[in-house]
Design a protein around this ligand. Structure first.
Ligand code: NAD
Length: 452
C-alpha cells in the first residue's frame, strides 16, 4: 500500500476502534487545537489566532456535551412505550480541503467541527499559501492525536489522487470549478460533501442612500484582504444618478483608508501570486477606470480600483474578481437589479443598501443567496449563531458554531421499543378489519405517515 493508503488505513482503524467517540477524547483534541493557537501566536497571525480560539474552539468546548446529546423526537400513541431520538454520530474519516485566501481560518474552523463531532480527519491545506501550509504540517500534528489526524500536502495532482480514496465525508472550500471535480470524485463512493464555493456577489445601492456611508461600508468589505474574500461585494448595481454621487464618496473613502498613495499603505496587501496578478491586470482593461487602476507586477500591487461603463459581457462581469477591483453596473430600478441578479447563478453573498426597509426586504424576498447583508457587508461571519454556506453554484451545506458540529455528524433516526408487551403490537399485524384500520389511524395521529 502507498503511504497515503497507509495513513488512511491507520485513521480508519482508530475510528473503527471507537477512539474518537467519547466526549473526553473530543475535548482533548479541541483543547490541543486551542493550545496550538495559543502557543504559536508568533507563527500565526495573532489576531486571527485570538479570534479563532475565542469564536470556535471555546464555543465547541463549552457546548460539546449539549451538542452530543440525543435529540428527543415526538411520538404518536402507538409508540408511547418506545423511546425515539436523533443520535448525532460521527461519519468516520473526513477529508477537509482548504483554499489559500484565509488559509488558517478555512482549515481550522472546519477542523473544530470535524473533531467535535468525533471524526478522524485528513486536512489538505492549499499548496499556494506555503507558509501556513508549513505550520499546519509541522506544528499542528504535535497538538493532536496523530492516530486520528493527518495533514496531507499537494496541489491539483496530489489532491486528485487523494480523492480516489474513499472518505466518509468531504468538506471542500474553493472555487466552483474545483468543487465540481471534488463532487464528481465523491460521487464514485457516494460520499456526502459540503462545498463552500465562490462566485460573483452583487451589491445593490438604492437611490435612497447616504453615499458616504455606503462608500465606507462597500469599500471596507471590497478591499478587505485586498479583495481576496469569497463573500466580498463583487460588483455594484445602481442607477447612473447614484453612481455620480457614489464615485466622489468612494474616492475620498479610499484616500482616507489607504492614503493618497495606497501602495505604501500598511493596510493594503498584495495579490497572492503572479497568475492571479496577471488575471486581475487583464480585468483592469474592462469598462473605464474611474478610481485607481494602477498596478505593478514587481510586487503584485493593484490599487483599489473602481470601474464604470462596464458591459455585462466583459470578463470582469463573467468571472469572480477576487481582487481589489469594483465594477459598477447601471440599472434603472430595483426590479431591474433583481432581474439582473436572478438571471445569474445564485451567489454566495448578496448585499443591499437603502434607507428604506421596504427596498432591502424586497431584495431579500425576491432573490436567493448563501448569505445576505442589508446595509452591511460580511459582518455576519463573526457570529457563530449564523451559518456560512452557499446555494446552487455557490455551494451546498453550511458550517460555523453548532452548524459545523451538525455538518460533520450523521443524524441517525432511532426508535427503541420494549422487547416485551407484544400484545400491544397486535393492531399492526394483519388481518385488517375496519375497526383495526380506524384504531391504527387514530393512534398514529393526523400528522403520521400511514405506511403501516
Ligand atoms: P481552488 O478551488 O483553486 O483550490 C482549493 C483547493 O482545491 C486547494 O487546496 C487546491 O489544492 C485544491 N485543488 C485545486 N485544483 C484542484 C484539482 N484540479 N483537483 C483537486 N483539487 C484541486 O480555490 P482557491 O484558488 O484556493 O480559492 C479561491 C476560491 O475559493 C474562490 O472561488 C473563493 O470564492 C472560494 N472560497 C470560498 C469560500 C467559502 O467559504 N465559500 C471561502 C474562501 C474561498
Amino acid at each position: 500500500m502507498d503511504s497515503v493508503g497507509d495513513t488512511l488505513q491507520r485513521l480508519r482503524e482508530t475510528f473503527s476502534a471507537g477512539r474518537t467517540r467519547p466526549a473526553e477524547f473530543r475535548v482533548t483534541q479541541l483543547e490541543g487545537l486551542g493550545r496550538f493557537l495559543r502557543d504559536n501566536q508568533q507563527l500565526l497571525q495573532e489576531a486571527l489566532a485570538r479570534d479563532l480560539r475565542k469564536m470556535e474552539v471555546t464555543l465547541a468546548l463549552k457546548n460539546l456535551h449539549t451538542w452530543m446529546k440525543d435529540e428527543p423526537a415526538t411520538k404518536n400513541l402507538l409508540m408511547q412505550l418506545s423511546s425515539t431520538f436523533i443520535r448525532k454520530e460521527p461519519f468516520g474519516l473526513v477529508l477537509i480541503i482548504a483554499p489559500w485566501n484565509y488559509p488558517l481560518n478555512l482549515s481550522l474552523v472546519p477542523l473544530v467541527g470535524a473533531l467535535a463531532a468525533g471524526n478522524c480527519v485528513v486536512l489538505k491545506p492549499s499548496e499556494i499559501s506555503t507558509s501556513t501550509e508549513k505550520v499546519l504540517t509541522e506544528v499542528l500534528p504535535q497538538y493532536l492525536d496523530q492516530s486520528c489526524f493527518a495533514v496531507m500536502l499537494g496541489g491539483p495532482e496530489e489532491t486528485g489522487q487523494l480523492l480516489e480514496h474513499k472518505f466518509d465525508y468531504i468538506f471542500f472550500t474553493g472555487s466552483p470549478r474545483v468543487g465540481r471535480i471534488v463532487m464528481t470524485a465523491a460521487a464514485k463512493h457516494l460520499t456526502p460533501v459540503t462545498l463552500e464555493l465562490g462566485g460573483k456577489n452583487p451589491c445593490y445601492v438604492d437611490d435612497n442612500c447616504d453615499p458616504e456611508t455606503v462608500a465606507n461600508r462597500v469599500a471596507f468589505f471590497r478591499y478587505f484582504n485586498t479583495g481576496q474574500t469569497c463573500v466580498a461585494p463583487d460588483y455594484v448595481l445602481c442607477s447612473p444618478e447614484m453612481q455620480e454621487r457614489l464615485l466622489p464618496a468612494l474616492q475620498s473613502t479610499i484616500a482616507r483608508f489607504f492614503g493618497e498613495d495606497p501602495r505604501s499603505s500598511p493596510n493594503l496587501g498584495r495579490i497572492i501570486n503572479d497568475k492571479h496578478f496577471q488575471r486581475l491586470q487583464g480585468l483592469l482593461g474592462c469598462g473605464r477606470v474611474a478610481i485607481g487602476g494602477q498596478s505593478d507586477q514587481r510586487d503584485r500591487y493593484i490599487a483599489p480600483t473602481v470601474l464604470v461603463d462596464v458591459q455585462e459581457t466583459e470578463p470582469v462581469m463573467q468571472e469572480e474578481i477576487f481582487g481589489p477591483i469594483l465594477p459598477i453596473v447601471n440599472v434603472r430600478s430595483l426590479d431591474e437589479a433583481i432581474d439582473f441578479i436572478n438571471r445569474r447563478e445564485k451567489p454566495l453573498a448578496l448585499y443591499a443598501f437603502s434607507k428604506s426597509n421596504k427596498v432591502v426586504n424586497k431584495m431579500l424576498d425576491r432573490t436567493s443567496s448563501g448569505t445576505f447583508g442589508g446595509n452591511d457587508g460580511f459582518t455576519y461571519l463573526t457570529l457563530p449563531s449564523l451559518p456560512l454556506g452557499g446555494v446552487g453554484n455557490s455551494g451546498m451545506g453550511r458550517y460555523h458554531g453548532k452548524f459545523s458540529f451538525n455538518t460533520f455528524s450523521h443524524h441517525r433516526a432511532c426508535l427503541l421499543s420494549p422487547p416485551g408487551l407484544e400484545k400491544l403490537n397486535d393492531i399492526r399485524y394483519p388481518p385488517y378489519p375496519d375497526w383495526k384500520q380506524r384504531l391504527v389511524r387514530w393512534s398514529l395521529g393526523p400528522q403520521s405517515c400511514t405506511l403501516l
